[in-house]
Design a protein around this ligand. Sequence first.
Ligand code: IPE
Ligand code: IPE
Ligand code: MG
Length: 237
Amino acid sequence: MSDLDPSRIPVHIAAVMDGNGRWAQQRGLVRTEGHAAGEEALFDAVEGALELGTKWLTVYAFSTENWRRPKDEVKYLMGFNESLLVRRRDELNDRGVRMRFLGRRDWRVPKRLIRRMDESIELTQHNTVMTLNIAFNYGGKAEVADAVAQMIRDGVSADKVSEKEIAKRLYDPSMPDPELMVRTSGEFRTSNFLMWQLAYSELVFTDVLWPDFRRQHLFAAVAEYQARDRRFGGLND
Ligand code: IPE
Ligand code: IPE
Ligand code: MG
């Protein structure tokens, strides 16, 4: 971390926590044990983000496409995420982390999990050190579609449609776009994560499988980010 430029720490880091299944398979374990092992990685990444002073950390926990997984795995993930909230939210609260969730709250998400989400939001709502966004039943295309539907409900006419009108109807309009997105497990895609918000983010890919991810991998990703030349379509000197 001492190699990093403290004046250029991303305000918002997004992470695709991928590779749990392969991590487990490599060890002759069932896939769900990989998800369980991902918990330690997540909390070390949170600690790393706190050390960096990042204000927002958004993690992809369950996509709108993950319902295609075997029924047992989906069921496990619902229960696992619920228990994780119950077991870890006090600790996050003590660290000054505000918890938020991004995604569709449709009928497939168990009511109990939604209750835990609401309790976690309420418990941590006044915290200001960092926001931890958990993208759950999240899809970037769904988010944009939901924003457009809301725009129509609001009676916005075609000539008033703009990027700004869409952006203010996304799941969290107060959330700044991530400067950096990290994906583990050697997959080079975004898999429908923050499609709108990642338009100009720096993407960093690592072969590390999510359960092996630790804060030093996060710091390495930030170092790579700091070495990039961000032009936003313009030119730098
Ligand atoms: C990421 O790990 C966790 C979720 C998608 C819920 P995977 O379960 O996708 O692990 P791999 O990609 O199969 O190794
Ligand atoms: C993306 O990983 C979703 C999460 C990490 C929650 P996937 O493993 O679902 O993505 P694909 O299927 O490899 O694109
Ligand atoms: Mg995967």
